[in-house]
Design a protein around this ligand. Structure first.
Ligand code: ADP
Length: 200
């Protein structure tokens, strides 16, 4: 199995003061679901941001490779092949469920027909078909999270990065989201996620 993420002795400080990461090493292989477990402030989000090229300063390492690219230089190439689900749901409140997905598909240059087909597939996969024309503010927290995951899947990513995908959701919704993550893993998507729930 190819190595999707390879990190050796990675450290990061914020403003040369706060040490967020100290000598982290890990290898994640294609098709694996890799979890980072730790309390708030442990450095999980920082590590994810480095992996998708969003945190670039005061970073030292011996090796840092994501899908064969260096996140410090090739962040756009990584973004093109990756789906990112941040902690906060940053959906466009003014748009409908469908429109949120459609606008996002344009970032990846999907032609109209292909994009519409992909969106319908994703709405079905995430059980949101009935909500396709509803505005974001009318969705529950669990629906918003599912939509954020659907949005991250628009470009059929090889790597899916989820920052606390189940935080703040009730047990039934958490169960449902885990079910979807398991299906994606079975399709061969490599998954990196954080959680602070021990049982997860
Ligand atoms: P986690 O995701 O595990 O809660 P974070 O990666 O958010 O941890 O934080 C790790 C450490 O880095 C914490 O001490 C946090 O206060 C600090 N930190 C995170 N982001 C910043 C920032 N933008 N500026 C300064 N310090 C930060």
């Amino acid at each position: 199995m190819p190595e999707v993420i390879r990190i050796k002795n990675l450290s990061k400080t914020y403003n040369n003061k706060v040490t967020a990461l100290k000598n982290i090493s890990l290898s994640i292989f294609q098709g694996e679901c890799y979890g980072l477990l730790g309390p708030n402030g442990a450095g999980k989000t920082t590590l994810m941001k480095i992996i998708y090229g969003k945190a670039k300063y005061y970073t030292s390492f011996d090796e840092l490779s994501v899908l064969g690219y260096n996140p410090l230089k090739d962040d756009l190439k990584i973004k093109y092949l990756t789906g990112i689900i941040p902690q906060e749901d940053n959906l466009d409140e003014e748009l409908s469920v469908f429109q949120n997905l459609y606008v996002y598909s344009k970032y990846f240059g999907l032609p109209k027909k292909e994009s519409e087909k992909r969106i319908e597939e994703l709405l079905e996969f995430m059980e949101l078909t009935e909500k396709r024309n509803v505005k974001i503010r009318q969705l529950s927290g669990g629906m918003k999270r599912r939509l954020t995951i659907a949005r991250a899947l628009i470009n059929k990513p090889k790597l899916l990065i989820l920052d606390e995908p189940t935080t703040g959701l009730d047990p039934q919704v958490r169960h449902n989201i885990w079910d979807k993550i398991r299906k994606l893993k079975n399709e061969g998507v490599t998954i990196l996620l954080t959680t602070h729930y021990m049982e997860e």
